[in-house]
Design a protein around this ligand. Structure first.
Ligand SMILES: *Cc1c(COP(=O)(O)O)cnc(C)c1O
Length: 364
């Protein structure tokens, strides 16, 4: 009766379930469930983190100054308009609390990244999901979903878990159709993997106004998911607001050192992107050949559609017998699908073979 009671919003949240990483009785697990890069950490990042560990009795630089400078140099952005976070997840949370809250609406697309829903609900906002067409974000549906109470629109581009991409022209149409007081959050966690021509990771729209922020991460192509580093590039007023509320020492010592080194690792992004482009296509083709629908993707993962939840579940179980962990999609309202991260060449071949065997034995 007298026990502490969380706010009702908190109890309305279904806790985020991350990709599994262990299988009982299996020694060598192939983890393709969290869209991590397949090549481990960049060697220089590992070295930098180990070196930084000798200083772990010191607080890190609370302003991530060197890291922001390195990001600015790499992407041609003003470091004063960059803020780093404990993964971009931290920044998603702050944005919801800063611009959302009770009485406000936050809009995301139907199969958008679940962190928006979790963070928005926690902040006290109502989270509205705009329908998608063909598992692709629809600008028209988002614009139609806008209410007078709307304060934030989240769009992941490419989107996770669907892999779909909106061209820059559509992103511009979206921004132009939103009221000026609505913050547009462009989550470009997979920007480095995009091959499409008409694409901008977000800086153009950020620079064009004072109401758009771009979020990026070191967790995917840079191979630093375990270090928790993300960043945002936005209007000075938005960056200023985040800096007032973020964890003072949010990016730890080893993470800052690793991220700076990862940015300087020669050829890392180029090699990772080329590998991804090649094996994303090969794995998608293998799925289609086996009779599984593979949705078009610009990320480092493929949404594969097995037709029914029952078949997807059986495929998931079969993959596990081969030591392969992929991501079930029930939490995204896509129980008939599995999301498969593009792994190493060996891992992709193994998954392709397993899926082909599964489909062949299934249909005799
Ligand atoms: C992986 C991912 C992130 C990044 O998360 P971090 O907190 O930086 O690890 C953000 N948005 C999307 C859509 C993602 O898939």
């Amino acid at each position: 009766m007298t026990a502490p009671r969380p706010r009702p919003e908190v109890m309305a949240i279904a806790a985020y379930v991350g990709g599994e990483h262990k299988l009982p009785g299996v020694n060598r697990v192939i983890k393709l469930s969290s869209n991590e890069g397949p090549f481990g950490p960049p060697p220089s990042a590992l070295e930098a983190a180990v070196k930084a560990a000798a200083e772990m009795h010191r607080y890190p630089d609370g302003g991530s100054v060197e890291l922001r400078r390195a990001i600015g140099t790499r992407y041609g952005l003003d470091p004063a308009r960059i803020v780093c976070g404990t993964g971009s997840d931290e920044l998603i949370g702050h944005l919801c609390h800063i611009y959302g809250g009770p009485g406000t609406d936050i809009i995301m697309s139907m199969h958008g990244f679940t962190m928006y829903q979790i963070a928005g609900t926690y902040a006290g906002s109502r989270v509205l999901k705009a329908p998608e067409h063909n598992l692709t974000t629809s600008v028209d549906e988002i614009l139609a979903a806008v209410t007078p109470e709307t304060t934030i629109v989240f769009v992941a581009n490419p989107n996770n878990p669907t892999g779909s991409l909106l061209p820059q022209s559509e992103m511009e149409r979206l921004r132009a159709g939103l009221r000026a007081d609505i913050l547009l959050v462009l989550d470009s966690a997979y920007a480095e993997y995009v091959e499409a021509d008409d694409y901008d990771a977000g800086a153009k729209l950020v620079d064009a106004g004072d109401n758009t922020i771009m979020l990026r991460t070191f967790s995917k192509i840079f191979g630093l998911g375990g270090m928790r580093v993300g960043w945002g590039y936005g209007p000075p007023a938005v960056i200023d607001a985040i800096n007032r509320v973020r964890g003072v020492f949010n990016v730890n010592l080893g993470a800052q050192a690793a991220a700076v080194a990862a940015l300087a690792e020669p050829g890392w992004v180029e090699h990772s992107k080329a590998h991804n482009t090649k094996w994303r296509a090969k794995l998608s083709a293998a799925m289609e050949k086996a009779g599984i629908k593979a949705y078009p993707t610009e990320g480092n993962f493929i949404l594969s559609d097995f037709g029914t939840a029952e078949v997807a579940k059986a495929a998931d179980a079969f993959l596990k017998t081969r030591g392969v962990i992929v991501r079930a999609m029930g939490a995204y309202d896509l129980p008939q699908c599995l999301r498969v991260t593009v792994g190493t060449e060996e891992e992709c071949l193994l998954v392709a073979d397993a899926l082909s065997t599964f489909m062949a034995t299934r249909h005799g």
